[in-house]
Design a protein around this ligand. Sequence first.
Ligand SMILES: [Zn+2]
Length: 67
Amino acid sequence: MDYRICPSCGTTYFVSARSDEKIVFHVSDSSELITVPGQAFDEIYLTIDPLRFYCGACSWSGGMHDL
Ligand SMILES: [Zn+2]
C-alpha cells in the first residue's frame, strides 16, 4: 500500500493534533486513515478531522484534499 506524503517535507506520518492527545497515522493513496500499530482503529475516525490535521515532522497543516 502506498501512502500519501506531506506536501512540504515528504514524510508519511501525520498527527491529529499538536497536543499530547494526538494520534499518529498515515493516509493511504485511497484516502484511508491508517493508524500506526498500537492505537485503537475505531477511535481514529472519531478523533481526526480529515479537513484539518498536521504533519508529524514539520509545521505543515491541512486536509486530505491538500495531499
Ligand atoms: Zn511535513
